[in-house]
Design a protein around this ligand. Structure first.
Ligand SMILES: [Zn+2]
Length: 56
């Protein structure tokens, strides 16, 4: 059994999956929307400058 599940919505992927690289790891998602959602969820702060400030 090699069913894949969508890394974003957790539904089962049958047939073609979409591979998306998040944080250096390749995961499978069921659709383009999920790919985008994952990318946004795992993206670093949209404002790196702000993160730097809080870190310093
Ligand atoms: Zn999905």
């Amino acid at each position: 059994m090699t069913h894949k599940t969508c890394a974003a919505c957790d539904c089962r992927i049958e047939g073609d999956s979409i591979k998306v690289t998040v944080g250096g790891e390749t995961v499978d998602v069921c659709c383009d929307d999920c790919a985008r959602a994952l990318n946004e969820a795992h993206a670093p702060a949209t404002t790196p400058a702000a993160a730097e400030r809080s870190g310093a």
